[in-house]
Design a protein around this ligand. Structure first.
Ligand code: AR6
Length: 182
């Protein structure tokens, strides 16, 4: 399943599937502050990309300390088709400043990809698994940030929002259709 929206010549694609299979310049990971990729999409990324992603992540935390909630860290992507993994730390649902932090994680990931000169990026539904965010809330925050940030992008041409299951895909599609007037 695939649906494309266009804002300011930038393509926004919603797809259902496994983010580790996508051919994009950077894949965004839904990480924790210690970049211990033990579950969910993080585990899938390390499993397919290889342990070097975990090793680079450990090295990052050793040097810089934990990544703040709403922040990001960049590593290589091992054997994945992507060049980079951008580890974005989302909030746990119930954090009083959660929405602001989720917005910040998404904004930081998009800006970093653009800063690295990349033309494509894929994002999962950050915080909607282990961290418990409802899909709709994540979709609303994501579409607002994408709409705002698209104007500042100099290199990014394609943003793929990758939803793992049917329910997530259907809920995201509904929100994106409602918020992006084509
Ligand atoms: N491709 C795309 N989306 C996926 C995939 C995949 N292969 N696998 C899962 N998802 P989660 P969080 C979806 O739990 O809530 C980890 O242990 C999943 O269905 O990965 O931000 C980290 O190490 C859900 O919609 O991330 C952290 O400790 C979405 O990805 C913590 O979980 C995010 O689910 C982060 O929790």
């Amino acid at each position: 399943m695939l649906e494309t929206f266009v804002i300011d010549k930038l393509n926004i694609e919603l797809v259902q599937g496994d983010i580790t299979e996508l051919k994009v310049d950077a894949i965004v990971n839904a990480a924790n502050p210690y970049l211990r990729h033990m579950g969910g999409v993080a585990r899938a990324i390390v499993r397919k990309g290889g342990d070097e992603i975990q090793r680079e992540s450990d090295e990052y935390v050793r040097r810089h300390g934990p990544v703040p909630v709403g922040g990001i860290a960049v590593t290589g992507a091992g054997r994945l088709k992507a060049k980079y993994v951008i580890h974005a730390v989302g909030p746990k649902y119930g954090d009083p400043a959660g929405d602001v932090k989720l917005a910040s994680a998404i904004r930081n990931a998009l800006n970093k990809a653009d800063e690295l000169g990349l033309s494509s990026i894929a994002l999962p539904a950050i915080s909607t698994g282990v961290y418990g965010y409802p899909y709709e809330r994540c979709a609303e925050i994501m579409v607002e940030i994408i709409k705002k940030e698209v104007r500042n992008m100099r290199n990014l041409k394609r943003i793929v929002v990758c939803l793992y299951d049917n329910e997530a895909y259907n809920k995201f599609i509904k929100v994106f259709r409602g918020k992006i007037i084509q």
